[in-house]
Design a binder for this molecule. Structure first.
Ligand SMILES: *[C@@H]1O[C@H](CO)[C@@H](O)[C@H](O)[C@H]1NC(C)=O
Ligand SMILES: *[C@@H]1O[C@H](CO)[C@@H](O)[C@H](O)[C@H]1NC(C)=O
Ligand SMILES: *[C@@H]1O[C@H](CO)[C@@H](O)[C@H](O)[C@H]1NC(C)=O
Ligand SMILES: *[C@@H]1O[C@H](CO)[C@@H](O)[C@H](O)[C@H]1NC(C)=O
Ligand SMILES: *[C@@H]1O[C@H](CO)[C@@H](O)[C@H](O)[C@H]1NC(C)=O
Ligand SMILES: *[C@@H]1O[C@H](CO)[C@@H](O)[C@H](O)[C@H]1NC(C)=O
Ligand SMILES: *[C@@H]1O[C@H](CO)[C@@H](O)[C@H](O)[C@H]1NC(C)=O
Ligand SMILES: *[C@@H]1O[C@H](CO)[C@@H](O)[C@H](O)[C@H]1NC(C)=O
Ligand SMILES: *[C@@H]1O[C@H](CO)[C@@H](O)[C@H](O)[C@H]1NC(C)=O
Ligand SMILES: *[C@@H]1O[C@H](CO)[C@@H](O)[C@H](O)[C@H]1NC(C)=O
Ligand SMILES: *[C@@H]1O[C@H](CO)[C@@H](O)[C@H](O)[C@H]1NC(C)=O
Ligand SMILES: *[C@@H]1O[C@H](CO)[C@@H](O)[C@H](O)[C@H]1NC(C)=O
Length: 710
């Protein structure tokens, strides 16, 4: 379509629905933070984003353990730091059919990556068993065994049920809250378990917003525990970092992470800087950065323990206030100091990419455990020129950025010269026709005059509205607000300002009215044929007036009542221009939308009625021809001709519209062009058929022309 610049885009848009502006959302897949996983990906500043398995400036350094057999168990190729699960699985007669029998971890030991010692599970054990047995009184070895069993039992996250997730979360919670006997192996198994839970089916997560409150709180406290026997655990969906920082040398600590093209975290993409005075961009790109400013009046020459926890998504933070309808997920990060209060915390997030949507606004929030929801208290925000979203908060805890997105609408092009000329000529033609009909009304009965005048008036109104109104008066162009206020949804919808909806309703009304009057005209002809000699019964005029102006009003009222809401006007009209909504959220034509049942369907019924009358009329005149006297016959023929003309005009034009809807490719293009040409010049055609062709007009016109020339 766009390749034909002369096509009046807007007129064709009344019918053509193929312009796909809304992306189809895959309902289950979480929105990716990154686009296609090309390898290696290069960012705008020329830094390589390596695939998970490779690292280094040119992505040539292996970041993986090759597949290997350890103690008779086969393990696949695995990224350094991640866990591997054996290809030997529990027999399918046991409780844990198809779950790996053993796990290990790929570590960088003795200068090269290799698999660590292995952990095995009993094939009959279940999460419920472990949940009963895990208590604070276990020794370190037993605890580690239970922790690694839990990890293996959750190694196929896609199989986890809601009760499995709850059990696993409670086991990890108990292990973490009893930090005394935790070995490094236990900590790694616990963190890996949570990481695996974060890839489970979101539908299986409990609906209560406080379900994981204790777990995330324990993890946060645990990360800043000075007795920790581990420093960094990086799993695909969760990073936990615990460190000791000498306060004498630093004003602040900065942690940054990049999830890369895969949404997975790897050790090579985590950076910690312990000697910073303010937040600053890192050499390698990062999705999230957090900077903790230490208090000034801190005892020098002491060590301070710092913990960071980074969640790849917010499944453990179920918000009631913030609704996600675009399947977006947010990273959640916590930064905690062991035993002092932070001066302030600064965060930077890269806005996520949502296809065919652009960022509308964002809010800097923290998880308020007393509310069990996100809160903005104590946080402020800034939209940086570099494109990242910056937050500053006066306390530490779990932070996130809530983002809302609006549709990237392709606003309709301006009216073309063609459609302006076509519409203007039509309006002139219609006005002349009305004047002519009124002047010459005496030569006709009153009913046809009123019907034709009403048709012309409705069409004129439609053309006026179309010329001045269809282009959206205020095209959506909002900017990020300055105040840090809570957002309610990740999908932003401008509330209705009224003008566009009013225009749509009026255009729907007058176009429907045009068809209604046209149908009344046909009915009128039908009555004339049936009662060839007498005129139409009295009262028909009144009924016509009520139907002609009332029926369209009823349809418009129903359409508005069913489809329109002030906070979501797009159920009724489109956003790109002021006309009835035709598409669903996936950009597909939807029979439930008002353009179908509030416009196309009534018009189709009326067109069918008109066609039926025309066919009937054709047969009736042919059959009765010999019986009628010649003058009746001619007047009948004339009527037939004029009603046929009108039927052709309105009917064929809009039948073309239906063809536009149901065809594709070149045929569609031809029909579109024909539709637009017929449509914009309809008023002109009516003028020619009903005015120029009449004998009276020609006589007047020629006498006027003669007097001018002489
Ligand atoms: C985004 O819009 C373009 C054109 O409007 C379309 O081709 C593309 O498929 C859309 N993307 C998605 C993910 O729907
Ligand atoms: C988002 O998409 C734009 C262009 O489509 C790209 O330049 C940018 O790097 C993407 N951002 C992320 C975080 O992937
Ligand atoms: C056990 O699994 C194997 C292969 O996975 C399959 O061939 C076999 O039928 C299964 N046995 C039972 C009892 O389900
Ligand atoms: C997961 O839950 C199901 C019931 O919902 C149970 O049958 C199964 O044993 C559980 N899996 C594990 C590993 O505990
Ligand atoms: C739980 O503990 C009991 C005894 O304390 C032991 O017999 C049982 O094997 C344990 N179960 C698991 C799953 O470890
Ligand atoms: C730690 O383990 C020892 C046995 O190794 C046990 O006696 C002790 O109670 C455990 N400590 C705690 C706090 O559970
Ligand atoms: C933690 O590490 C310290 C030494 O680094 C060791 O003495 C202690 O036993 C370890 N604790 C556990 C539970 O492994
Ligand atoms: C959460 O609620 C939704 C509907 O509100 C329901 O379909 C889903 O099963 C619930 N999930 C759980 C784990 O209860
Ligand atoms: C991310 O890691 C998971 C393993 O946890 C893996 O299954 C998935 O393929 C990874 N994603 C990509 C894009 O590599
Ligand atoms: C910390 O940074 C300052 C300058 O920014 C530098 O002078 C100092 O040596 C650094 N200290 C350490 C321990 O790196
Ligand atoms: C701080 O930690 C370092 C090791 O990271 C240790 O050598 C030093 O003694 C500690 N200082 C204090 C005051 O605890
Ligand atoms: C953070 O700021 C909020 C409001 O700006 C204030 O109510 C709160 O007391 C502050 N909290 C801290 C720890 O300073």
């Amino acid at each position: 379509m766009q390749s034909f610049p002369f096509i009046p885009m807007l007129l064709s848009a009344l019918f053509i629905t193929a312009e796909n502006t809304n992306p189809p959302n895959t309902p289950t897949a979480p929105t990716e933070y990154h686009t296609a996983p090309f390898i290696p990906a290069t960012t705008s500043n020329g830094v390589c984003l390596c695939p998970d398995e490779w690292t280094g400036v040119t992505c040539s350094v292996a970041n993986l353990c090759n597949e290997a057999t350890v103690e008779g168990f086969e393990f696949p190729q695995t990224v350094i730091g991640w866990s591997a699960y054996s290809s030997q699985t529990c027999e399918n007669t046991t409780n844990n059919a198809d779950i790996s029998k053993a796990s290990t971890r790929c570590l960088y030991n003795n200068g090269r990556p290799e698999f660590d010692r292995i952990q095995k599970i009993e094939c009959q054990i279940t999460l419920e068993n472990i949940q009963v047995n895990v208590t604070g009184s276990l020794d370190a070895v037993e605890t580690e065994q239970l922790a690694s069993s839990t990890q293996i039992l959750t190694s196929r996250p896609e199989w986890l049920t809601a009760s499995n997730i709850t059990s696993a979360a409670q086991i990890v919670n108990t292990i973490l809250s009893d930090s005394v006997n935790i070995t490094e192996g236990t900590a790694v198994a616990a963190v890996t378990t949570i990481s695996q839970l974060l890839t489970a089916d979101p539908q299986q997560f409990p609906n209560e917003s406080n379900a994981f409150g204790r777990l995330t709180q324990n993890l946060e406290t645990f990360s800043a525990n000075p007795n920790n026997n581990f420093s960094l655990v990086v799993q695909p969906r969760l990073v936990v970092l615990a460190t000791q920082v000498p306060t004498a040398q630093t004003a602040g600590i900065q942690f940054s992470a990049l999830s890369g093209t895969s949404n997975n975290f790897t050790t090579s993409r985590i950076q910690l800087k312990t000697n910073m005075s303010e937040i600053s961009d890192t050499e390698i790109p990062s999705d999230v950065q957090i900077f903790i400013r230490l208090p000034d009046q801190i005892h020098k020459n002491s060590n301070i323990s710092v913990g960071f926890v980074l969640y790849e998504n917010d499944l453990l933070f179920e918000s009631k206030a913030f609704k996600t309808s675009l399947n977006t997920r947010r990273m959640v990060i916590s930064g905690t100091l062991g035993n002092v209060k932070a001066e302030h915390v600064t965060l930077r997030f890269i806005p996520m990419n949502v296809s065919n949507k652009s960022l509308h606004d964002f809010a800097c929030v923290f998880w308020d455990y007393s509310l069990n929801d996100w809160s903005t208290v104590g946080c402020s925000k800034a939209n940086l020129l570099t494109g990242s979203l910056q937050c500053t908060c006066n306390h530490t805890t779990n932070f996130a950025v809530l983002m809302s997105f609006r549709e990237d609408h392709k606003y309709a092009e301006s009216l073309t010269v063609f459609s302006i000329v076509g519409c203007t000529l039509s309006i002139l033609g219609l006005i002349l026709t009305v004047i002519f009909q009124i002047i010459t009304r005496k030569s006709r009965k009153s009913a046809p005059t009123i019907l034709l005048v009403n048709i012309c008036v409705c069409m004129t109104m439609f053309y006026f509205l179309f010329l001045f109104g269809i282009e959206k008066p205020n095209k959506g162009n909002s900017t990020v607000s300055e105040k840090n206020v809570m957002l309610l949804s990740d999908r932003h919808q401008d509330s209705d300002k009224g003008a566009c909806t009013a225009l749509t309703a009026l255009m729907q009304y007058f176009l429907l009215a045009t068809f209604t009057w046209n149908t009344l005209y046909a009915v009128h002809i039908f009555i004339l044929i049936r009662k060839t000699l007498s005129g139409p019964p009295s009262g028909v005029l009144l009924v016509s007036l009520v139907t002609g102006w009332g029926l369209p009003a009823v349809v418009v009222a129903i359409s508005l009542g069913v489809a329109y809401r002030v906070d979501n006007p797009l159920g009724y009209r489109r956003e790109e221009f002021c006309w009835l909504q035709a598409l669903n959220q996936d950009g597909k034509f939807d029979f439930g939308k008002p353009i179908f049942w509030g416009f196309l369907l009534p018009v189709a019924v009326m067109l069918l009625l008109n066609t039926a009358v025309l066919i009937y009329f054709g047969f009736a005149t042919c059959k009765k021809d010999p019986l009628l006297n010649s003058t009746k016959n001619t007047s009948m023929r004339k009527r037939f001709l004029s009603s046929f003309s009108l039927g052709v005009l309105l009917g064929l034009t809009w039948v073309l519209g239906y063809l536009v809807l149901s065809t594709e490719g070149t045929t569609n293009c031809i029909f579109s062009i024909l539709f637009c040409v017929c449509n914009t010049t309809q008023g002109l055609q009516i003028f020619i058929l009903f005015t120029v062709r009449t004998a009276y007009f020609r006589k007047t016109f020629f006498s006027a022309a003669n007097s001018v020339s002489s």
